[in-house]
Structures are given as structure tokens and as C-alpha cells.
Design a protein around this ligand. Sequence first.
Ligand code: FEO
Length: 172
Amino acid sequence: MIGKKVNEAFNEQIMHEYFSAYLYFQMAAYLHSEGLDGMAHWMRVQTIEETIHGTKFFDHILERGGKVELLAIEKPQATWASPLEAFKAAMAHEQFITGRINELVAIAAKENDFASRTMLQWFVDEQIEEESNAEKNVRNLEMVGGSGQGLMMLDREMGARIMPIQFPPAAV
Ligand code: FEO
């Protein structure tokens, strides 16, 4: 059975993952409004990925006999000064999430919750990819600078992003 402290921290993480989804969904709307449908598509895929992350915590709590309690999700920022600023904000957000995951690892270790520690390793590895993707997007946008042609090419490339993982089946 999952302990109270880990259970509460995981409930909080569900909120952070769903906030991430909300933030990226808002960024998708912003990018659509800028005419960058490929980048918006990239953010829409990211939105779905974040709901999958939240669902992994949700299922782990239920599988371990804990209690899922969904917390309120904050309103995300609604607009950005430029697509580069939006992707910079996404990168900063992923760095924040990595910090959260590291805190969860520390809590699980302190509570001797080895099952959660194992489950969290997936997130430790995932955050390497999440940060790397976010950094790549910022780098590419910085390289393109003010070139309309470069932006169009990048938009087309990002529009080809494929959903890398399947929605997990219900654990209970
Ligand atoms: Fe769920 Fe993008 O970290």
C-alpha cells in the first residue's frame, strides 16, 4: 500500500502534469493564432503526452490502494510576445517539472517506497527527453531568427510530430 506522504505528493504531481497539458494547450492556441499550425500541432501532441504522464501517477496511486484526489489547476499564461518566447517558457516549465520529479524521488526514498522509486525512474528518464526536446525547439527558433522562410520550414517539420506513446489502459 502507498504511504500517505507519497500519495499526497503524487496527487500534487497529477495537478502539475495536467497544468503542463493546460499550458501547452494554451500555447497551441497561441501558435495557431500566429498561423504556425505545425508548431501548434507539436504542442497539441505535447498536451496529450502530459495527460498520459498525469494518468501514470493516477494509476500508480490506485494500484497501490491509495486515494486519488484531484487538485485545482491554475489558469496558464494566455499569450506570449513571440513563438520563441512561448518555447522558452515551455523549456523553463520542463526544468521546473524535472525539479518536481527529483523531489518525488527524494520523498519516495525517504519513505522507503521502493515501488514508487522504480515507477519514478521512468519519469527521471522521460525528463531528459522532455528538456532536450524543449531546448532543441528554442535553439531552432533562435537559429531561424526573423527569417520567414526558416520559420515556415521549422513549422512544417514540427507539424510531422507523431504521438510516441499510447494512452495507458485503466489499472483497475
Ligand atoms: Fe510531464 Fe513535460 O513533463
